[in-house]
Write a protein of this length. Structure first.
Lengths: 106, 163
């Protein structure tokens, strides 16, 4: 599955459009990380636990999006975008969406 | 008496925040500058279309993300700024560090997978509230391109001036 935020892939033609596919996940942070983050708020710097959390969440959103595209029979997702929304204190939704298409060739 | 302890704690946190915060920031900037030189050969552009639309190339998503927290001193100064308005320099450096770090991680991701060109780079910024202080997340993503056949034909590599 080719995943890209381009509108076209160099050297390849789009032969079919399947519409929008999306994947999302809602994540909450856990207390341990929060306490550590509270300490980090004093001295500053990277919150590695949070970086990992966001990374995992995006990975999951992308995987769900890919699963949807696969079920449609697409071989690529183009124009991929991401959106993050905080739903309540401590919980956030991460969304990945794009256009499922069929590209020519392998 | 309790007020005195509270005041003492506040001043201590300010002082700790100021010194620890500037050390952390200085180190981070040094590391950013060093790595930016190392990754100068990975080109990243915001253009929407590839320079060569005809030659078949491998295309895939690459990304970099970082969550950075402000320090106690910076948060306090920014709070003061809210009274008078104007430029909040302490947060400007925070945002800049986060963007440059995210960009470096994107380039790292690209190079790890053998790409030297990333186009359509976009930034997403999210505020993550962690108690009383703000942390920010910067997410950079783009599409890495690798020429399928002869690398010399598609993207002639140009020397890049070190930043």
């Amino acid at each position: 599955m080719l995943v890209s935020n381009l509108e076209l892939v160099p050297g390849r033609r789009i032969v079919a459009h399947y519409g929008i596919v999306q994947g999302s996940t809602v994540r909450a942070k856990h207390v341990g990380k929060d306490i550590f983050a509270g300490l980090k708020n004093i001295v500053g710097g990277e919150l590695k636990g949070y970086t990992e959390l966001m990374q995992e969440a995006r990975q999951e959103a992308v995987e769900r999006m890919i699963a949807e595209a696969q079920s449609m029979g697409a071989n690529a997702i183009l124009n991929v975008r991401f959106a993050t929304t905080s739903i309540a204190a401590g919980a956030a939704e991460i969304l990945a969406y794009g256009s499922a298409v069929q590209l020519d060739g392998a | 008496m309790l007020d005195l302890i509270e005041l003492g704690l506040f001043v201590t946190l300010l002082v700790v925040g100021f010194f620890a915060g500037s050390i952390v920031e200085k180190r981070h900037y040094a590391s950013i500058r060093k790595r930016e030189r190392e990754y100068a050969d990975v080109l990243a552009y915001a253009v929407r279309f590839p320079p060569d639309r005809v030659t078949r190339q491998r295309a895939f998503l690459v990304h970099g993300t970082v969550v950075i927290s402000s320090d106690y001193f910076k948060t306090f100064v920014a709070g003061l700024r809210n009274l008078f308005g104007g430029r909040v320099r302490t947060y400007e450096t925070l945002m800049e560090r986060a963007r440059r770090e995210a960009m470096l991680r994107l380039k790292h991701d690209a190079r790890r997978q053998g790409a030297k060109l990333v186009i359509c780079v976009r930034f997403e910024t999210t505020t993550i509230s962690t108690g009383w202080a703000a942390s920010i997340e910067v997410f950079a993503f783009g599409t890495a391109l690798i020429p399928d056949h002869d690398p010399a034909l598609s993207f002639p590599s140009r020397p890049v001036a070190a930043a």
